[in-house]
Design a protein. Structure first.
Length: 354
């Protein structure tokens, strides 16, 4: 008899960012927002009717779907919500990438894409970024079974102009194009404005970064009514009750406090631009980030050594060993002004010691 392990679906899993648990540390490794969620969210949680927790949440994720639709000026039938944008994108892979043709995505990008593709037996091709870490639009014009890319890209932080995004969508009308906008609120223009023009476009976003709700796991996508219907068919065949009651209500409260949301985004952007200047003065090189992180290298510094030294100082940043082309880069999340001043001072200390 064959052993049961012969039938296990074996994949190389995604490696999430480290979640250190120290009382005194500066955590700049997972692109979390350094500021708390809206006071309306905190108030909602404190005053939540506990009786709601014994009941199943809305399988259609109302009223959050309605709030998202209202915010972006689309119909409820254009919105799909999941447990973080990872859940939404996984559903998109399961629903739309069923061709025997390869899907396309960048070689330096969110490292979950190839994990999902491998797990679901979806063929794929990684398209190399150019020497400046830019997506080459022409690489996405060949025959394929689907396309996904982040904008701004991760981990580079580079935003691709909307006309370039549209160029990719326009020449791929017979397949689904997913634009992953996890960091769009920190710079750039969303592709949501193109939804009415292209029924093959899906735009994903998240509450984890700009809305400070990573712990609530709220993601969503916006697309044509036909796309969303197909997604819901898969969801209801997989798990009808994906979003818990507290997360639904937290998302609603966050959207209702638009002034706070925009104020916090502006604070992160302002700090990011200051950190860019400081890093540049220290000899670091990096693409022009439009996200809440900076992807930096230094021609005279071993960034792995710097990464480990900072870790010993309880300052956590992210290092990627693969692909080799980026193994001397660090991805540095933008924290509070105080955190980033401490970070810059520690980097100066490290440089002075060399």
């Amino acid at each position: 008899m064959m052993h049961w392990e012969n039938f296990v679906r074996k994949v190389e899993p995604y490696s999430p960012g480290e979640q250190p648990q120290f009382d005194k540390m500066i955590k700049l490794n997972t692109n979390e927002n350094p500021y708390p969620p809206s006071p309306l969210v905190c108030s909602m949680i404190q005053n939540m009717d506990m009786d709601l927790l014994r009941r199943y949440p809305s399988p259609s994720v109302e009223p959050l779907v309605g709030k998202i639709a209202e915010y972006f000026g689309v119909k409820n039938s254009n919105v799909f919500v999941g447990v973080g944008s990872d859940d939404v994108i996984a559903m998109l892979f399961m629903t739309f990438f069923g061709s025997d043709k390869p899907i396309f995505f960048p070689d330096i990008t969110y490292s979950f894409y190839d994990v999902w593709a491998d797990m679901l037996n979806i063929p794929y091709e990684k398209k190399p970024l150019d020497k400046d870490f830019l997506i080459n639009v022409d690489d996405y014009k060949g025959e394929n079974g689907g396309i996904i890319f982040p904008n701004p890209n991760a981990p580079t932080g580079i935003f691709m102009p909307l006309d370039k995004v549209e160029e990719i969508i326009a020449v791929n009308r017979d397949i689904i194009v997913i634009v992953d906008e996890a960091y769009i609120d920190f710079g750039g223009i969303s592709a949501i404005s193109l939804i009415d023009k292209y029924d093959n476009l899906v735009v994903t976003q998240t509450f984890s970064k700009s809305r400070s709700l990573a712990g609530m796991r709220i993601g969503y996508c916006i697309g044509s009514e036909k796309v969303i219907k197909y997604l819901n068919d898969v969801k209801y065949s997989f798990n009808s009750y994906t979003m818990n009651q507290c997360a639904i209500m937290s998302g609603v409260a966050s959207i209702e406090d638009d002034e706070y949301f925009k104020e916090m985004c502006d604070k992160v952007v302002k700090t990011r631009e200051w950190v860019k200047k400081e890093l540049k003065s220290l000899g670091f090189e990096f693409p022009d980030s439009k996200s809440n992180f900076i992807f930096a290298t230094h021609p005279k510094i071993d960034c792995v050594d710097l990464f480990n030294w900072l870790r010993d100082e309880r300052i956590f940043v992210r290092h990627f060993s693969k692909p080799e082309r980026i193994n001397n880069y660090l991805r540095i999340t933008v924290g509070t002004d105080d955190e980033m001043r401490t970070f810059i001072n520690k980097v100066k200390e490290y440089i002075d010691m060399r």
